[in-house]
Design a protein around this ligand. Structure first.
Ligand SMILES: C[S@@+](CC[C@H](N)C(=O)[O-])C[C@H]1O[C@@H](n2cnc3c(N)ncnc32)[C@H](O)[C@@H]1O
Length: 324
């Protein structure tokens, strides 16, 4: 039986997604998420799914993947109710695996400041688009772009004393782990990744397609499995003379608290650097070291190096607010 609390919690998640996360980025999803929060019929179907599958991003992407409408909130709700069975099947078969190369613009200052060359290890890598930071161009605050000869240019607005790098990091190995690695050469996987981009964000869609082309050209090894089970072997495989760096963004939120704690303990023990880029609340021990609270009027991540918070970042890499 659906408890009233489940219905209310799910409605609140969709309201937050509308008013905090998509408001400034996708008017269509802002309207649709707000409408889902008011549709008892749709909420009732959502709460019949496992908790992790009720996520706004997952529902919205599933409907997009199946060709449902995104122009009007009423049409979205009506279509989704009428096609609930296929929508449900996609939601159960797929997961939120948004792979955002743009996040490399927020990781770059930390990566470039470490002893080079780097052995990159990304946990929760999806299709591995963040494993190629040395294959992209970067433009901070509209200044002249620098970086690789690349079809991908990442724009990022900054505040605070960001240590902008003079050179790209040198990468000697790129490996990762994911529960379900996505294949940049697989048409269905790439269609799913495209479905996860919000309507109206043509620039993100173009960036995704260009980054997938880079990924097809520059291989990375992504092993299937839980990050807690696989991370130590990936660090151990770093080439001699390189600096192993384990990093992740928008991943630990999917782990239960005990698994997050296990991962943090592992990061403190392994001979590697650790870069975390996760939403506030995901790693409370890092949040506790923040010099000021995270903004609550927009989506942000907390960027940290070896457990020390360094910046608030835009969730798709569009902002980097360095902490004093
Ligand atoms: C939202 S995506 C983020 C992808 C990538 N880190 C980025 O920033 O573009 C989260 C990824 O984490 C993976 N994931 C979630 N839980 C995991 C776990 N316990 N072990 C390994 N990967 C996991 C998912 O499969 C998904 O690909």
């Amino acid at each position: 039986m659906n408890s009233v609390i489940d219905l209310e919690t799910t409605a609140t998640d969709y309201r937050d997604f509308a008013h905090v996360h998509t408001r400034a980025h996708s008017p269509a999803y802002e309207r649709i998420s707000a409408a889902v929060a008011e549709s008892e019929e749709l909420l009732t179907r959502l709460v019949a799914l496992p908790r992790i599958k009720r996520q706004p991003n997952l529902l919205l992407a599933a409907v997009r993947y199946l060709g449902g409408p995104a122009e009007s909130a009423e049409a979205f709700v009506e279509w989704t109710l009428a096609h609930w069975e296929p929508v449900r099947e996609v939601m159960l078969a797929r997961a939120t695996q948004t792979n955002e190369a743009g996040r490399c613009a927020t990781l770059l200052p930390l990566l470039a400041a470490l002893p080079q060359p780097l052995a990159l290890v990304e946990v929760g890598a999806s299709a591995g688009l963040c494993l190629r930071p040395d294959r992209y161009r970067y433009r901070y605050d509209g200044a002249e772009a620098f970086g690789a000869d690349s079809p991908v240019t990442l724009d990022c607005a900054t505040t605070g004393p960001v240590p902008l790098p003079a050179a790209l990091p040198r990468v000697v190995s790129r490996t990762g782990a994911d529960l379900n690695p996505l294949d940049p050469t697989d048409p269905d996987d790439t269609r799913w990744l495209e479905s996860l981009v919000w309507p109206g964000q043509q620039q993100r869609l173009d960036r995704l397609r260009a980054a997938l082309a880079v990924a097809r050209d520059e291989p990375a090894r992504i092993v299937r499995g839980d990050l807690n089970a696989r991370v130590a072997e990936l660090v151990a495989a770093a080439p001699a003379g390189s600096t192993p760096v384990v990093f992740h963004s928008a991943v630990l939120t999917y782990l239960p608290p005990d698994a997050r704690a296990r991962f943090v303990a592992t990061m403190r023990e392994l001979p590697c650097h650790w870069i975390s880029n996760e939403a506030p609340g995901v790693l409370p021990e890092i949040d506790a070291r923040l010099p000021r609270p995270a903004p609550t009027d927009r989506g942000v991540f907390v960027l940290s190096l070896d457990g020390e918070p360094k910046a608030f970042t835009g969730p798709h890499g569009e902002r980097l607010d360095w902490l004093d």
